[in-house]
Design a protein around this ligand. Structure first.
Ligand SMILES: Cc1cc2nc3c(=O)[nH]c(=O)nc-3n(C[C@H](O)[C@H](O)[C@H](O)COP(=O)(O)O)c2cc1C
Length: 174
């Protein structure tokens, strides 16, 4: 089971092409329920999730920058926003944890996601989904049944990125 779980974690890919099939609400709720179990500083859980199925709102979000386009054809978007008043230093990290949890839960349920950058368009996203100013949209996801199976993206080798005790002292000697 543990080896299988590790393989599962490594097998997630960003999905940018989606089938038009709608996602049953129970599945959406399962994903978001899983996200609630992400770790957060002081267990403050500063996140909220905005599920976007309205085509007009989805299109506005898909147009915030050219790399957000995968949302255009996805049946659903999810904006993950964090209340930075209740968790000043860690709100963004907490919300990133919740985002990753949604992505992995989606993968487990046969759904695909891609994380779409929002941090250069904070005000624009706040306006599109009506977020109060204390909520930073940390991420948005395009979500749907995958219509592609991309190969894995290259990864840095472990020996390049691991150190023992101090930066510079290699943990893996090659
Ligand atoms: C903070 C963040 C922002 C990202 N923004 C975008 C984006 O705007 N558009 C996009 O297509 N992919 C985006 N991605 C997805 C990355 O390109 C992708 O995770 C990376 O290439 C590794 O591929 P993989 O997810 O298939 O392993 C983003 C990922 C992260 C974590």
């Amino acid at each position: 089971m543990s080896e299988k779980l590790l393989e599962f974690l490594k097998s997630r890919r960003s999905i940018r092409r989606f089938k038009p099939d709608p996602i049953p609400k129970e599945l959406i709720l399962k994903l978001l329920d899983t996200a609630r179990y992400a770790p957060s500083a002081g267990n403050r859980q500063p996140w909220i999730f905005i599920v976007v199925d309205d085509p007009e709102i989805k299109m506005k979000l898909a147009n915030i920058h050219p790399w957000a386009r995968p949302l255009e054809d996805a049946p659903l978007g999810v904006v993950i926003a964090c209340d930075c008043e209740i968790s000043r230093e860690s709100c963004q990290v907490d919300c990133a944890n919740a985002t990753m949890q949604i992505m992995l839960a989606a993968h487990a349920l046969g759904l695909g996601t891609v994380w779409l950058q929002t941090l250069r368009n904070i005000e624009e996203v706040q306006n599109i989904v009506n977020l109060p100013k204390n909520y930073i949209p940390v991420a948005m996801l395009a979500l749907g049944y995958p219509d592609e199976s991309p190969p894995p993206k290259p990864r840095k080798e472990l020996y390049e990125i691991t150190y023992l005790n101090k930066y510079g002292s290699k943990f893996i000697v090659k």
